[in-house]
Structure formats: structure tokens, C-alpha cells
Design a protein around this ligand. Structure first.
Ligand SMILES: Cc1ncc(COP(=O)(O)O)c(C=O)c1O
Length: 397
């Protein structure tokens, strides 16, 4: 079937974070393009499976541990990436952020350092710090309209014995990089040299631009699999974040034991939500066609933003978005003061975006726009930004 992604769907009143918990000070009529979920309808096979599940009328305790789920997940990664996940290495978590918190507790002691690469998805920092660990930041380096890793700095961070491992964001939110095999191999070689672990957060792996290919770290570095844990999920791919389901691949048996002890025994997270389970199985088994359509639609939105900015926002620089549906734009040419830029976006433009500085000081002067929305919303967002920048240019500085 052909999906209609153009017609906006009203999400207000569904207790959605994005629409019902807008940042304070944002006007009522602001467009909401901050939280990373899609304002686009889910795949029909998912909706059908959920309707059928509702017709079973009882929603009791439900098992994570079942072959239907594991076959659906492993089948997806085999089919889409040629990555064979062993079923006994596959664990589940209500989310990747909680999984990262569990893993930090399994793999480190209080006071240990964990390497991240800012500007990066800010819950990495919060989770590390809230668990009494320390952030070891190896900032990405901007090159033109893209970013690279600083391998010399990364090696220094790995060499420091206080730092026990790294959380890799692959593809990277917010800078939109899809790391090449060569870049990933270098990261693995440095980690191997200092015998450190890598947690690879691959939540955005299915959402690469047409022609751009994501490399699963565990597929690339099979010979280092004992020190790698991969986190993937259907949540971004199929717009199922509220279903709270993620796949954690843990090849190392010792780490598996620690995970089981912490997650199943200490925190008693043995069962899952029946709607999540139903949706995820349908998504991985029957979601290919929808995903292909939604990716084409998002590619079109991103091209629209790039073209609009090139033609009408000469002082803004749109970073090359190879993956994710999050567009990272440098507005410092208009307004170098982040607080003023925030105010200008929220109150003059009436758009709620993610301010760059929340991803670390490296993000000062940037804004992140969620492009997974109907085209008319993206168009309106860009027009509002243009009008506000034109009107606000002098008052911003
Ligand atoms: C890199 C990254 N990891 C994790 C998450 C959230 O994961 P979850 O909702 O499964 O906790 C996001 C959401 O934006 C993300 O961008």
C-alpha cells in the first residue's frame, strides 16, 4: 500500500512528550520539532497486529523470552545488514537509555570514566553522571559541513586507565554521521590496544539516507565481540518509541551473567508489555515496505531543508545528514549567543527545536530539527525560522 505521510495527525492530548510537555515558555501555536519521534503514521501491519491483539481481550504478564520475537529481531538484522545475531546473545530492555544505565553498572565502578564524543545525545552524559561515573569527552571535530572523530584524542582517552570504555553513537545523533567501516575499525583497534569495552548505540541504524550504509559494529569486529555490546531498537525505525522495547546484543558470557543479575534479579525486569511485543514482531517481520517509503519521504524533507537554507538562510550551515532524521544546523552566523538563539527560535519563530548546547558546549549556536514530520510542517518551520531571523537579526547580537 501507499502511505500518506503528508496529512498531519493531531497528537495533542495523547500525553505525548513532544506535544503535551512542550518546553516552558514556548507559545501555544509553536511547531513541535524537538523530541526524536516521528509525526508520521505507523506501518499498517503493526496497526493490524495490534488490533488483533486487542481482540484477544486479555493483557496479562507477557514473556520477553520467546522465539517469535527473537526470530523477528535476528531475521531483520540478517536480512537488512547480513549480521547474524545469535539468539542466546540477545537481551531486551525497555529502552536503550535504561540499557546504557544497566551496562554502566555492569561494566564500571563508581568514579570510573566513560568516553563519549560530544556534541552527542545528552542522556549519555546524564546517565554516566547520575550513576556516579565520569564523562571523558573526546569531542568530534567539525570539517566543513560534517564531523570527524579525533583519533589522537580518542587514543589518549582510551590510554587513560581511569576510563574503562566508550559509548559510541553510531549513527551519530545529532551530527548525522554514519561512520564508515574504516572509521569504526580504527575505534576498535584503539579499544583493543588498551583492552577497553565499547557500547555501540545503533538505534538510528535503519534510518540512513538513500545510498548510505550503516555498519553494525559487532559484524565488523567479530574478533573483538567479547568487548562489544550493541544496542539496537525498533523505536526510531518504526516510530514505536512509546512501546519501550530495545534489543541488546551481549556476546560475552560474563557480561551476560552480570546483565541477568542486575536486570532480571535485582531490578526484576523479566516481563514485557504485550502491545510492545506484538508491535515489534509485526514491524520486524512485515515493516520493510513501510520503512522504504518513510525513508524516501524523510530524504525528501531533508533535501527540502538543505535547499531552503542554501537559498534563503545564507548565514546558516546545514550539516550533512547521512543518517537519523535529525538535521543539525549551525545558526551561529545569525546569532552566536545560544540563550538568545533559543529565545528567538521559541518565541519569535514559534518553533520548539532541540537547542545545540544541550548536546554539550560543542553544540553552542546550533539547533536540531526533527525532519520526520509531514512536509507542510517542515515547510512552515523553515518559513517561520527565516522570518524570525530576518526580523530578529539585529536584536539577537
Ligand atoms: C542515540 C540515541 N540513543 C538512545 C535514544 C533513546 O533510546 P530509548 O528511547 O530506547 O531509551 C535516542 C533517542 O533519541 C538516541 O538518539
Amino acid at each position: 500500500m501507499k502511505y500518506d505521510f503528508d496529512t498531519p495527525i493531531d497528537r495533542k492530548g495523547t500525553h505525548s512528550v513532544k506535544f503535551d510537555a512542550m518546553p516552558p515558555g514556548v507559545p501555544e501555536d509553536a511547531l513541535s520539532l524537538w523530541v526524536a519521534d516521528m509525526d508520521l503514521p505507523c506501518a499498517q501491519p503493526i496497526l493490524d497486529a495490534l488490533h488483533q491483539r486487542i481482540d484477544r481481550k486479555i493483557f496479562g504478564y507477557t514473556l520477553y523470552e520467546n522465539d517469535e520475537l527473537k526470530d523477528a529481531v535476528t531475521g531483520w538484522y540478517q536480512r537488512r545488514f547480513g549480521w547474524q545475531i545469535e539468539k542466546d546473545e540477545l537481551f531486551f530492555s525497555p529502552g536503550i537509555v535504561p540499557a546504557i544505565a544497566f551496562l554502566i553498572n555492569c561494566l564500571t565502578e563508581e568514579g570510573d570514566g566513560v568516553i563519549i564524543q560530544r556534541p552527542v545525545y545528552y542522556p549519555f552524559t546524564n546517565t554516566i553522571e547520575a550513576n556516579g561515573r565520569k564523562v571523558a569527552n573526546s569531542p568530534l571535530v567539525r570539517k566543513g559541513n560534517t564531523y570527524e572523530m579525533d583519533f589522537m584524542d580518542l587514543e589518549q582517552k582510551f590510554a587513560d586507565e581511569r576510563n574503562k570504555g566508550m559509548i559510541l553513537c553510531s549513527p551519530h545523533n545529532p551530527v548525522g554521521r554514519v561512520w564508515t567501516g574504516e572509521e569504526l575499525r580504527k575505534v576498535v583497534e584503539i579499544a583493543r590496544k588498551y583492552d577497553k569495552w565499547i557500547v555501540s548505540d545503533e538505534i538510528h541504524s535503519d534510518l540512513t539516507r538513500s545510498g548510505v550504509v550503516h555498519t553494525p559494529l559487532l559484524k565488523l569486529a567479530e574478533d573483538y565481540s567479547q568487548r562489544i555490546i550493541a544496542c539496537t531498537a525498533p523505536s526510531k525505525t518504526f516510530n514505536l518509541a512509546g512501546m519501550q522495547f530495545s534489543n541488546i546484543v551481549i556476546p560475552n558470557k560474563e557480561y551476560q551473567k552480570k546483565w541477568n543479575h542486575l536486570v532480571s534479579s535485582r531490578f526484576s525486569l523479566g516481563f514485557c508489555n504485550p502491545f510492545g511485543l506484538t508491535a515489534i514482531i509485526a514491524a520486524y517481520n512485515q515493516g520493510d515496505d513501510w520503512l522504504s517509503q518513510v525513508k524516501t519521504y524523510i530524504d525528501g524533507n531533508i533535501q527540502y531543508i538543505e535547499k531552503f537554507a542554501a537559498e534563503q538562510l545564507p548565514k546558516a550551515q546545514v550539516m550533512d545528514c547521512q543518517g537519523t532524521y535529525l538535521v543539525w544546523i549551525d545558526f551561529s552566523g545569525y546569532c552566536s549567543d545560544s540563550k538568545k538563539l533559543k529565545k528567538l527560535m521559541q518565541q519569535k519563530a514559534r518553533v520548539a527545536l532541540d537547542e545545540g548546547f544541550i548536546f554539550g558546549e560543542e553544540g553552542e549556536g546550533y539547533e536540531r530539527i526533527n525532519a520526520a514530520a509531514p512536509r507542510c510542517v517542515i515547510e512552515e518551520c523553515m518559513e517561520r525560522i527565516k522570518d524570525a531571523l530576518e526580523a530578529g537579526e539585529s536584536s539577537c547580537e
